[in-house]
Write a protein that binds this ligand. Structure first.
Ligand code: PEP
Ligand code: MN
Length: 356
């Protein structure tokens, strides 16, 4: 990764750097941060000659090389000082809550507006609502483009930024055209590398956030982080990792709850982790405990399905959406656990591990 002396390189400097890098069969990807940009070398950047030619340029501070399969998202990467903000929250500094319906029912826009106001009142910072839905059977409701207008209207009525899932390029273009602050990549597409590349490439310049769900069959943490790496390498490092349960399910739950993976992710990557307990356990009565456990394991936030009247909902809402009252309690208790957790983050063992 190329670190310039100034906050950004000029176009002419980018051209000069690019031509050197290309001589070595690599390419440069600009990663635009809020305060400054860094320039990733994609390909094998280990050639000493390549490094010294770049470091010899008067406007370059240094070239960082770390040997990691996910060198941009790695905790040792220069991007680790990058902070992601949404809904007035800087991730990592205080709890982030994303909440709202699984699915927006285009026939019931008022229910969604009521849910939007209620989750805001309960303390959520970002409103979620499914416009297009990945359904297990083609005969189920697949979503409706009109729901995007409902989502945007709810955003303007409440002032909350919004999150929705995209599954193909037309969705990506539609939400980038509209003011959708956070694009969700669902569990079924978590390893769809061409979609990941496309989302990274199109959303990066617009500085939108991406909520990347963990793949249902995704085993090791490295594979999850590598999926985030695709987004960053294509131009958008504003990735939030979202464990949401894996397969095979634990009997009684919808998935195999995986909130404890948060600890492992935190050791390897700087990316914030926002856990989705709703799809993990799949039943509203189990959601509070899973959500609170996620906070204990170190999550930076929660993504929770909530509905003013779950039984009138569609998609997952009747079975797994919590009411706004429950959401409010979860948020209050999550904040309490957050401060308890901080006592352990400052414990001697944690300090020793950090400096090891
Ligand atoms: C959802 O958020 O409603 C959803 C379909 O999520 P997942 O991809 O985790 O199943
Ligand atoms: Mn859902």
């Amino acid at each position: 990764m190329i670190i310039p002396k100034a906050d950004r390189l000029s176009e002419e400097q980018v051209r000069e750097v690019t031509s050197i890098v290309e001589e070595f069969g690599c390419r440069v990807q600009t990663i635009v941060g809020t305060h400054r940009s860094v320039y990733a070398i994609l390909g094998d950047e280990r050639s000493e000659l390549l490094i010294s030619r770049i470091e010899g340029l008067p406007y370059i501070d240094r070239v960082d090389t770390i040997q990691s399969p996910h060198k941009l998202m790695d905790v040792r990467s220069d991007l680790s000082s990058h902070r992601i903000r949404i809904g007035g929250v800087t991730l990592g500094e205080e709890l982030l809550v994303i909440a709202g319906q699984c699915t927006i029912d285009p026939k019931e826009p008022n229910l969604f507006y009521e849910t939007a106001h209620a989750v805001k009142e309960a303390g959520a910072h970002v409103l979620r609502g499914g416009v297009w839905k990945p359904r297990t059977t083609p005969h189920s409701f697949q979503g409706d483009i009109h729901s995007l207008d409902i989502l945007l209207e709810a955003s303007s009525r409440t002032g909350l930024p919004v999150n929705t899932e995209v599954m193909e390029e037309v969705h990506v273009r539609a939400v980038l055209e509209a003011e959708v602050a956070m694009l969700q990549i669902g569990t079924r597409n978590a390893l769809n590398y061409s979609l990941l590349r496309k989302v990274g490439e199109l959303s990066g310049p617009k500085e939108r956030l991406i909520l990347l769900k963990r793949g249902r069959h995704m085993a090791p943490p490295d594979e999850f982080i590598a999926a985030a790496e695709y987004l960053a390498a294509a131009g958008n490092p504003n990735v939030v990792l979202c464990p949401r349960g894996t397969m095979p399910e634990m009997e009684g739950f919808r998935s195999h709850p995986d909130e404890s993976i948060t600890q492992l992710l935190k050791e390897k990557t700087w990316a914030p982790v926002v856990v989705d307990p709703s799809h993990s356990v799949g039943k509203s009565i189990y959601v509070p405990a899973c959500a609170l456990a996620a906070i204990v394991y170190g999550a930076d936030g929660l993504c929770i399905e909530a509905h003013v009247d779950p039984l009138r909902g569609i998609g997952d809402d009747p079975k797994q959406a919590v009411t706004p009252e429950t959401l409010k309690k979860i948020i209050e208790d999550a904040r309490r656990l957050w401060s308890i957790r901080e006592r352990y983050e400052r414990a001697p063992e944690a300090t020793a591990r950090e400096s090891a």
